[in-house]
Design a protein around this ligand. Structure first.
Ligand code: GDP
Length: 438
């Protein structure tokens, strides 16, 4: 996500942050580089101009240059302004007297149908009872797709056999209401381009279901084109917020950084993959941190929490404190990390780790091998790893299709982790293992 932009900004700001003293020339030079980086990221020209002018004025105007940590302060300034650019204030959905209606709009292929299902799942995890209404009658396959997605996550989907999208939406809503659902997400038709017919139909569907939230789904990978689409929608259908999709494939970030400034509407959600749990609440400040390689520990913690049931968490914590860390625990924590998504994405959220992963292939296959090794141990061996002697190591290696060397490495890694856990349990920050530090 935003890799190209991120690289360039980090390069510029890295130099700036390390500078002992800063003068006006140094700031001007950095601002020129930031300007270029943003333009290359396909951020709207006017947005870039205003942004750079704002940062520059603040950096030169607020006695920052006189301070000892001038570089760091300018970096912080860029961070805060980036966050502001992507939106400040409330990005929450509105909820009213149930059922709360959410109208999903956007062009075909933007990810509207997938996002509808993702949003339903997200809301159910927050304790709501959501349902999906199929009103995309342009593509017959869209209704089947929505039904299929609904089945995958056990969310009811309402379809009506009619060619009138307004009727399909209104009837679907009535039935969902009758079933006692408290949030109804209406998936509407998209076209390849914004056109009058699409806008007319949308306006009629909107008037029929009276949504409390109108969300515009935009494909981040289309950059400025996404912003143009947003402007075109804005003129006809007032939307309340944006869902940016395919951020996982967006190296540049132009849409994310322009859409709020151009339309005045916040980005409410970010979709970061095809899987149904790959929808994140959009936090501008955290996104700014990620772009600048400062990590996003808060999102990481939330992901970890979502991946582990509460009782499991408490149990893990207790065991950690007591310094126990068997291979069963090892396996559990491994699986927890895997449930959080692709490993590289997870690691990148740690402060300072982002850049270091460049060019390094985080080997997901390696993780599968580790799991295979642990699963080839007997329950007793997992509980009491010191039992694992030479012959047992050979057996485990053969059973898991790995080598004795790999088994040995894993045994050493568990020991290392146990030591770290013990230190954590005592409230100390663990020392990094030698191969990771320095
Ligand atoms: P619609 O025509 O707007 O309803 O779009 P769909 O929901 O059918 O999505 C179009 C394609 O984009 C599908 O193949 C989705 O799997 C894919 N897609 C949607 N969201 C994302 C995302 O966040 N990341 C990636 N990589 N693919 C996505």
């Amino acid at each position: 996500m935003f890799d190209t932009l991120s690289d360039r900004l980090q390069l510029t700001l890295g130099d700036l942050g390390r500078a002992k003293r800063l003068d006006e020339d140094a700031v001007n030079k950095a601002m020129r580089e930031i300007r270029l980086a943003l333009l290359e990221a396909d951020v709207n020209f006017q947005v870039v101009k205003d942004f750079v002018a704002g940062v520059k004025a603040a950096a030169l105007g607020e006695d920052i240059l006189k301070g000892l940590d001038a570089g760091q302060q300018v970096v912080k300034l860029v961070h805060d302004r980036l966050a502001e650019l992507m939106g400040s204030g409330d990005s929450k959905l509105a909820f009213g007297r149930p059922p709360t209606v959410i109208l999903m709009t956007g062009l075909q292929g933007s990810g509207k149908t997938t996002t509808s299902a993702k949003l339903a799942l997200h809301l159910r995890r927050q304790g709501k009872r959501p349902g999906l209404v199929a009103a995309d009658l342009q593509r017959p396959a869209a209704i089947d797709q929505l039904e299929q997605l609904g089945r995958q996550i056990a969310i009811p989907v309402y379809r009506t056999d009619t060619s009138d999208p307004v009727r399909a939406a209104a009837e679907g809503l009535e039935r969902a209401k009758g079933d006692g659902l408290d949030v109804v997400i209406v998936d509407t038709a998209g076209r390849l381009h914004v056109d009058e017919a699409l806008m007319d139909e949308l306006a009629r569907v909107r008037d029929a279901v009276k949504p409390l939230n109108v969300l515009l789904v935009l494909d981040a990978m289309t950059g400025q084109e996404a912003v143009n689409v947003a402007e075109a929608f804005q003129r006809r259908i007032a939307f309340d917020g944006v869902v940016l999709t395919k951020l996982d494939g967006d190296a540049r970030g132009g849409a994310a950084l322009s859409v709020k400034a151009i339309t005045g509407k916040p980005i409410k959600f970010a979709s970061v993959g095809e899987k149904l749990d790959q929808l994140e609440v959009f936090h501008p400040d955290r996104m700014a941190s990620r772009i600048l390689g400062m990590g996003d520990v808060l999102t990481l913690i939330e992901k970890a929490e979502a991946a582990v049931a509460e009782d499991e968490q408490a149990e893990m914590e207790r065991r950690m404190r007591s310094g126990e860390f068997t291979f069963d625990d090892f396996l559990k924590s491994y699986r927890m990390v895997r449930r959080m998504g692709p490993l590289k994405g997870v690691l990148k959220m740690l402060p300072g780790v982002g850049k270091q992963l460049d060019g390094i292939d985080v080997d997901e296959g390696q993780m599968a091998r580790v799991e295979a090794i642990v699963l080839s141990m007997t329950p007793q061996e997992r509980r009491l790893p010191h039992l694992i002697n030479g012959p047992r190591r050979r057996r485990i290696a053969a059973g898991s299709g790995t080598s004795i060397d790999e088994v040995n490495k894993l045994l050493a890694a568990r020991k290392q982790m146990q030591k770290m856990m013990k230190q954590l349990g005592k409230g100390k920050l663990p020392a990094l293992p030698p191969e990771l530090s320095g």
